[in-house]
Design a protein around this ligand. Structure first.
Ligand SMILES: O=C1O[C@H](COP(=O)(O)O)[C@@H](O)[C@H](O)[C@H]1O
Length: 482
C-alpha cells in the first residue's frame, strides 16, 4: 500500500512548510469507553501510526466510569486489529494513560485540563449535549497555550445553535485551533477528487451547467440502525448524513479551481459553494422526500420495523432515508439539479457521486440506436478512489454503451486516521470551518420545519429493498430552479 503523505501547510509567501517529523502530541479522548472511540477513533489512530510510526502520540483516555487498565488494553486491541507493528503498539500503549473525570461535576474538567501540556488536542467523542455542556464549563478556564478542540457532528442542531456554539468555542480558542470533524473529508476522498478534477483539462472544461445536466450524490447503506438508536433516532438521515457529509461532498465537487491545496484556500472555496446553495425552487416541501424502513431482510438478517428497533421512540417520527434537490446559484452551476440522498437498511449499497453530462447537440445522421448520457461515477468510500466513465461508442454505426474504469490512489489509513493526522499536525484542511457548518444548517433548516409540520409524507420501504418507488432525480419536479 502506498503511503498518504502528510499535507503541508502553505506559508503566507506561498512556500510550503518543511515536512519534519511531527512533534509529540497529547491526544485526550473524552468518552474513552464509548462506541465512537472503539469503532472509529482508535482504529483511525492505529492506521495513522502504522503509516507514520515516527509520530509520538500520548493517548489519554478520559471517562466518567473508571476504566483503569482497560484503557491501555483497549488501545492495544485496536492497534493489533489494524496490524500495527508490535514495536509501535508497545510504545503507544506504554505512553497511554487513563483519567477518571466527570466533565460535568464541579471543577473536575478545569483541574484536569490545567494539568495538560501545551498544544494538547481535546477530542470530544461524546453525545452532542454532553460536549456542549463540557465546553461551557471550559469558559473562564485558562487553557494551556495552543490547546486544540476537536468536535464530532452534529455541530449544533440548527443555524442559531451552531452560531452559538461557534461563539462559545471562539471565546476559548481561535478558529484555527477548532476542528469540526467530518470523516468524509479524509484526505483520500478530498484530495484524490480535487487532484482528478483539476489536473485534467478534459474534465475542467466541461465542469459546468453548459455541459452537465444533473449531479447525484448518494450514500445508501445496507446497514440498519445497528444499536445506535440513542444517537440516530434523534438525528435521522437528513441531519446524520445530508447536513454534514453530503453537503461537504457537494462543496468539493462544485468548487471553483483552487490556486493551491491548502486549508484556507479550499475552505474558502467550499464556503463559496455552500453560501450559494439553495433548495430547488426555494420550495422545501417539493425539493425534499423522506422515508423509513419497515421490517425486511438484509442479507441473512431479519430487520424489524424501524419503529420496533430497540431504543426508538416512534413519536419522534425519524426518517431513515432522506433526499434533497439543491441548486448551486453561481454562474458555473445555476440550473443544474444536485440530488443528495442517503438511507439505511437498503438492499444495495450505492455510495457515489454520479455526474450526468448533456447529450451532444447533434448526433450525426446515420448512427443508429439510443444515445445514452456520458456519466462519470466517483465512488465515495475508503480505499482507492474508483472512477467509472460511461460513454457512447459505435460498432460500426450502432451506438453501444461502454464503461471505462480505473482506480486512483491506495490510501493505507482509515479516513479517521487521515483526519486525525491533520489535527495532530495543527492543519485544519480536512475539517469543517465554523461558517460552513452554519451554512449547512441554513440550507436544510426550512426542510426540517416542513417535515416537523407534516407537510412532506413519511414514505415506507421494506428493509433490504431499493427504497420507495420513484425516487431519484428524474422523479423530482424540476420545474423551477430559481
Ligand atoms: O457519520 C456517519 O457516517 C456513517 C457512514 O460512513 P462510513 O464511512 O461508516 O461508511 C453512517 O453510517 C453513520 O450513520 C453516520 O453517523
Amino acid at each position: 500500500m502506498s503511503r498518504l503523505p502528510r499535507v503541508p501547510h502553505t506559508h503566507s509567501d506561498g512556500s510550503l512548510e518543511d515536512m519534519q517529523p511531527a512533534e509529540p502530541v497529547t491526544l485526550v479522548i473524552f468518552g474513552a469507553s464509548g462506541d465512537l472511540t472503539q469503532r472509529l477513533l482508535l482504529p483511525g489512530v492505529a492506521t495513522l501510526l502504522e503509516v507514520e510510526p515516527f509520530r509520538q502520540v500520548d493517548l489519554i483516555g478520559v471517562d466518567r466510569e473508571d476504566m483503569g487498565q482497560e484503557w491501555a488494553e483497549l488501545v492495544r486491541s485496536r492497534f493489533e486489529a489494524e496490524e500495527v507493528p508490535a514495536e509501535t503498539t508497545e510504545r503507544v500503549v506504554a505512553a497511554a494513560r487513563f483519567e477518571q473525570v466527570d466533565l460535568l461535576e464541579g471543577t473536575q474538567l478545569a483541574d484536569f485540563v490545567a494539568g495538560l501540556p501545551e498544544s494538547a488536542v481535546l477530542y470530544f467523542a461524546l453525545p452532542p449535549a454532553v460536549t456542549q455542556a463540557a465546553i461551557e464549563r471550559l469558559r473562564g478556564v485558562e487553557l494551556p497555550k495552543g490547546t486544540r478542540l476537536a468536535l464530532e457532528k452534529p455541530f449544533g442542531d440548527g443555524v442559531e445553535s451552531a452560531e452559538e456554539l461557534n461563539r462559545l468555542l471562539l471565546s476559548l480558542v481561535p478558529e484555527n485551533q477548532i476542528y469540526r470533524v467530518d470523516h468524509f473529508l479524509g484526505a483520500a476522498m478530498l484530495l484524490n477528487f480535487i487532484g482528478m478534477r483539476f489536473s485534467n483539462r478534459i474534465l475542467e472544461k466541461v465542469w459546468n451547467a453548459e455541459d452537465i445536466e444533473k449531479v447525484e450524490i448518494t450514500y445508501d447503506e445496507d446497514l440498519a440502525l445497528e444499536g445506535r438508536a440513542g444517537y440516530y433516532d434523534k438525528a435521522g438521515a437528513l441531519k446524520d448524513m445530508l447536513q454534514s457529509h453530503l453537503l461537504q461532498v457537494l462543496a468539493i465537487v462544485a468548487m471553483e479551481p483552487p490556486a493551491r491545496v491548502d486549508a484556507d484556500e479550499l475552505r474558502d472555496l467550499k464556503a463559496h459553494v455552500l453560501n450559494s446553495t439553495y433548495l430547488w425552487g426555494d420550495d422545501p416541501a417539493a425539493s425534499s422526500r423522506r422515508a423509513r424502513y419497515t421490517a425486511g431482510t438484509l442479507g441473512e438478517r431479519e430487520i424489524p420495523d424501524y419503529t420496533a428497533e430497540e431504543g426508538v421512540d416512534p413519536a419522534r417520527n425519524t426518517e431513515t432515508l432522506a433526499q434533497l434537490t439543491l441548486e448551486v446559484r453561481t454562474d458555473r452551476w445555476s440550473g443544474v439539479p444536485w440530488v443528495l440522498r442517503s438511507g439505511k437498511g437498503l438492499g444495495e449499497k450505492a455510495k457515489e457521486v454520479r455526474i450526468f453530462f448533456r447529450d451532444v447537440r447533434h448526433l450525426p445522421v446515420g448512427l443508429e440506436g439510443e444515445q445514452g448520457p456520458d456519466v462519470l461515477v466517483v465512488a465515495l468510500k475508503p480505499g482507492p478512489v474508483e472512477l467509472h466513465l460511461t460513454m457512447n461508442a459505435t460498432d460500426p454505426t450502432r451506438i453501444e454503451t461502454k464503461v471505462l474504469e480505473t482506480t486512483v490512489g491506495d490510501p493505507a489509513m482509515l479516513p479517521y486516521g487521515e483526519v486525525l493526522g491533520g489535527i495532530l499536525d495543527g492543519n485544519p484542511l480536512l475539517t469543517v470551518r465554523g461558517d460552513t457548518a452554519v451554512q449547512s444548517w441554513r440550507i436544510i433548516e426550512q426542510v426540517m420545519e416542513v417535515w416537523s409540520a407534516g407537510e412532506v409524507p413519511m414514505e415506507e420501504y421494506p428493509a433490504g429493498s431499493a427504497g420507495p418507488e420513484g425516487w431519484g432525480v428524474d422523479a423530482v419536479a424540476l420545474t423551477g430552479g430559481r
